[in-house]
Design a protein around this ligand. Structure first.
Ligand code: NAI
Length: 392
């Protein structure tokens, strides 16, 4: 079939297999060009099919020559139905990594379930042949979680306490509108913590430890975000921020769990990048359009793959891991640079709503959004028929 993008709001409902393959190829090409790092050799990435998880997997595979297990939950394609982009990314990664002689195993399942944990444990025992895991990356972004109590919790993107009114942009028609979002109920806030907090991360580490699968000195890591004050009411002080606080606080319990192995848990606070998870957060795309424009002009702009490399460098290339006063790795250091943030604030406050395309990098984030779904990727002939059950 010929696949054209189906977009609703800031969500893309389908994906292009050939474009996904090309994009994974580009990420791998970047990784191949980086100086090697004597990093972990056996790596588990939970949430490996897209965004930060995929980039971390690629860097570990190509920069440290690690064997990886990647877990994700993505809709498969079939002869008459287009799959989710993450499903194509997985096929692309497996194909390209195998062709390069890399060892990997890609599993599909609900990472929150015990069944998925059991499958990963069985796979790790077989694939790593008695050797243990050095690095566990927890990179899930999910709207819901069925917890061990059998209840399905849903996460929401809402402020807490007060309603929030702010600017948001439709990345396709450049229309900026004011949105008002009512505050979450206490239950919604608690449920968001259940989904996106650290509870399941701890369950993973407990399960891997119980099966003696973690190496001496093993590291586990999850990703967080803080961002600028203009997004605080909705992000950091909103329901998702509460979940991120919980995730960050889980590091204490994880460090106790890992202490006997001399292991360590970290949260890395990453830069805002365009992914399926970030495009749907109101306010954030407009902030990102300004951020991208200014960071590109300064030459400090990074995508997921550049961030993943810098993270591995921070973790494995230095005698001590650089952290902030509460122990977090700050890969958002360039984004949060004071002078840059002042410029962003000025641009945000003075934005001429009739000139959004000129004054921001809206086109850059729109294109990136299309590309992470396999569309508008250079060198792909979109008029060609493709079989959505595979990648070529
Ligand atoms: P993404 O949407 O690109 O990737 C999410 C991954 O989670 C996918 O591999 C998906 O298959 C997997 N997943 C979701 N539910 C699952 C389930 N039940 N079982 C197994 N896998 C499941 O998202 P992105 O942006 O890469 O987010 C990853 C982490 O990075 C999140 O914790 C996010 O908050 C964090 N982060 C993202 C930033 C951004 O700007 N995108 C900035 C800083 C942190």
């Amino acid at each position: 079939m010929i696949i054209e993008p189906k977009v609703a709001g800031n969500v893309c409902l389908n994906a292009h297999p050939t474009g996904a393959l090309r994009l994974v190829e580009e990420l791998i090409d970047f990784a191949k060009k980086q100086p090697k790092i004597a990093g972990p050799k056996r790596v588990l990435v939970i949430g490996a099919s897209a965004g930060y998880g995929l980039a971390t997997r690629i860097i570990n595979t190509y920069v440290n020559d690690a064997t990886t297990i990647g877990v994700s939950f993505e809709r498969a394609g079939s002869a008459d139905k287009v799959g989710a982009v993450g499903w194509y990314n997985n096929l692309a990664f497996s194909k390209l990594a195998k062709a390069d002689g890399k060892q990997e195993m890609t599993l599909s399942g609900d990472a929150f379930s015990q069944a998925c944990k059991d499958e990963v444990i069985a796979t790790a025992k077989e694939l790593f042949k008695g050797e243990k895991i050095d690095l566990v990356v927890y990179s899930l972004a999910s709207p819901m979680r069925t917890a061990p109590d059998g209840i399905t919790y849903k996460s929401v993107l809402k402020p807490t306490g007060q309603p929030y009114t702010g600017k948001t942009v439709n990345i396709f028609n450049a229309q900026v509108s004011e949105v008002t979002i009512e505050p979450a109920s206490e239950e919604e806030a608690k449920n968001t913590v259940k989904v996106m907090g650290g509870e399941d991360w701890i369950l993973w580490i407990e399960a891997l430890k119980a099966h003696d699968l973690l190496a001496a000195g093993a590291i586990t890591m999850a990703y967080s975000y803080i961002g600028p004050e203009m997004t605080y009411p909705l992000y950091r002080e909103g329901t998702i921020g509460k979940a991120k606080e919980h995730l960050e606080q889980s590091v204490g319990e994880l460090n106790s769990l890992l202490a006997s192995l001399n292991g360590k848990a970290y949260v890395s606070v990453n830069k805002a990048v365009m992914t399926r998870a970030s495009s749907v957060i109101p306010v954030v795309p407009l902030y990102m359009a300004i951020l991208y424009k200014l960071m590109k002009a300064k030459g400090t702009h990074e995508g997921t793959i550049e961030q993943a490399y810098r993270l591995m460098d921070r973790l494995y290339n230095h005698d001590t891991v650089l952290v902030d006063d509460v122990g977090r790795i700050r890969l958002d250091d360039w984004e949060m640079d004071r002078a840059l943030q002042k410029e962003i604030e000025l641009a945000w406050n003075n934005l001429d709503l009739s000139r959004v395309r000129e004054e921001t990098d809206l086109e850059g984030i729109r294109k990136e959004f299309m590309q992470i779904h396999g569309f508008e990727v250079d060198g792909v002939d979109y008029s060609q028929e493709v079989d959505p059950s595979r990648i070529d």
